[in-house]
Design a protein around this ligand. Structure first.
Ligand code: AMP
Length: 462
């Protein structure tokens, strides 16, 4: 593999990269950086964890190292779907540009316009923004985008999910035709394809891992859930979640619990706290300071469980999450891949457990189709009475969904095991853990850089 020093980057940037503890460029960096330095448009198909942020930030800083910003006319623009992602890009920018005198402004909602106006008025080299806030500034006549030389669109597929595509098109049209565009998306939905065909000029396409296989080594399982009492469905489901967390014991050092709706994120988090689990919610309706605080304490290990919506959690760089619990089956099959991708990073052990009720089964089937594999049924051990029914339900569902006799047989054996003595149970758990290894899905494979399992601070310390 090439070294950073082989990529024709400004020595001051190389020094910052070295200080950050990076030795070799990741595959996306290796391919995207030379193309971007050559002034080409880049279409990067990759998700978080591949090092994609540096793959556009480094060449951008290189270009900006020459020249100066003019008032209200930023020289470059990075568009991100969420505030957290934008803040994360800004953090990266600070690390890599620390030896250069470049200025930046972060335009995100939940922060006062005034402070942002002052920065823009002075003139900034890079503007990192969410589309809505950028357009607000533009409409207030505070900003001109005609000086943008490089424009980055990060996590375009999430922009699509969030309905930002018209904003993105509008922003593209406000920037000069001659700009260089670096465009990143984990998937290439037809609408994304259309945008790239319209606004990118002969882009160099860099694809790192296919969406459907883009997870690292993760032990996956699903629990089929049927409430005992319809009127208590929600609370029984939360009880099941607690049971699943407990069953994982000490292995579950920290976890992200994903819910489909913001209201459920709040309810679930409150309920976990009420039952003595340390949890906090994160979703788009919470104010920015609170979101930042919550994330920080989760990153630092002070908070054990983060209950999240897809939008809030997407793209966040949180290393070493031991577990992902899908409280709900995601509506979009691709979101499953993104959610479970929060654990098992860089080949580390990761566990992803999903609760699936009757209504969710179509979405569940779509996920298995996307993955081109079956998600194994969970081995509920020590289940309270309530969950015997769930175990039976598991079998029922698999037989209805046309699973082979051999698999059914395995499931029956699993359930028999659950009824044995505790001693036998623990033996079985070990045995099952062994066989579960064969269910791991390997994604980035040889592309997975070993360092990705470490936090930035870990790398600095090591
Ligand atoms: P990203 O995919 O941009 O979210 O990056 C994932 C993580 O990898 C971040 O914590 C980066 O700081 C880190 N990273 C990016 N590139 C490298 C590299 N070449 N060597 C080591 N760490 C890196």
């Amino acid at each position: 593999m090439e070294l950073f020093s082989d990529l024709k980057l400004n020595p001051k940037i190389l020094k910052a990269v070295k200080d950050a503890g990076y030795e070799k460029p990741t595959p996306i960096q290796e391919k995207a950086i030379p193309a971007a330095l050559d002034g080409k448009d880049v279409l990067g198909i990759a998700q978080t964890g591949t090092g994609k942020t540096a793959s556009f930030t480094l060449p951008m800083i290189n270009l900006l190292s020459r020249g100066r910003a003019r008032a209200r006319m930023p020289r470059s623009l990075v568009l991100c779907p969420t505030r957290e992602l934008a803040a994360q890009v800004a953090e990266n920018f600070d690390i890599y540009a620390k030896n250069l005198k470049l200025s930046k402004a972060l335009l995100i909602g939940g922060v006062s316009f005034k402070e942002q106006d002052v920065l823009i008025d002075k003139g900034v080299d890079v503007l990192i923004a969410t589309p809505g806030r950028l357009i607000d500034h533009f409409e207030r006549g505070k900003l001109l985008l005609t000086g943008v030389q490089v424009m980055v669109v990060d996590e375009a597929d999430r922009m699509l999910d969030m309905g930002f595509i018209p904003d993105i098109e509008r922003i593209f049209k406000l920037t000069p035709f001659t700009r260089q565009t670096l465009f990143f998306s984990a998937t290439m939905a037809p609408e994304i394809e259309r945008i790239t065909n319209t606004f990118l000029s002969a882009p160099i396409r860099v694809e790192i891992a296919r969406q459907a296989t883009a997870s690292e080594s993760i032990k996956q399982s699903v629990v089929m859930f049927t409430p005992k009492r319809k009127d208590r469905e929600a609370s029984e489901k939360r009880q099941l979640l607690r049971h699943l967390i407990d069953s994982e014991g000490k292995n579950c050092t920290n976890a992200i619990v994903f819910c489909n709706r913001k209201t459920d994120v709040d309810i679930c988090s409150k309920s976990l706290n009420k039952h003595g689990y340390q949890a906090a919610p994160i979703h788009g309706d919470l104010d920015q300071t609170k979101r930042t605080e919550t994330l920080e304490s989760f990153r630092e290990g002070d908070l054990r469980i983060l209950v999240a919506s897809d939008v809030a959690a997407r793209g966040l760089d949180i290393p070493s999450v031991s577990h992902v619990f899908n409280f709900d089956v995601p509506i979009q099959a691709e979101d499953y891949v993104h959610r479970i991708g929060r654990t098992g990073r860089a080949g580390r052990d990761g566990t992803a457990i999903m609760i699936c009720n009757k209504r969710d089964r179509k979405n569940f089937a779509n996920i298995e189709t996307l993955l081109k594999k079956e998600i194994p049924l969970s081995n509920l051990s020590d289940e309270p009475d309530n969950f015997n029914q769930i175990a039976n339900e598991n079998e029922d569902f698999k037989s209805k969904s046309g699973i082979t006799d051999e698999n059914q047989h395995q499931n029956q054996n699993q359930n028999q095991n659950q009824n044995q003595t505790k001693e036998n149970k623990s033996k079985n758990v070990k045995k099952n853990q062994k066989s579960e290894n064969s269910n791991r899905i390997i994604g980035l494979g040889e592309h997975t850089p070993g360092f990705l399992s470490q936090s930035f601070n870990d790398r600095l310390a090591s």
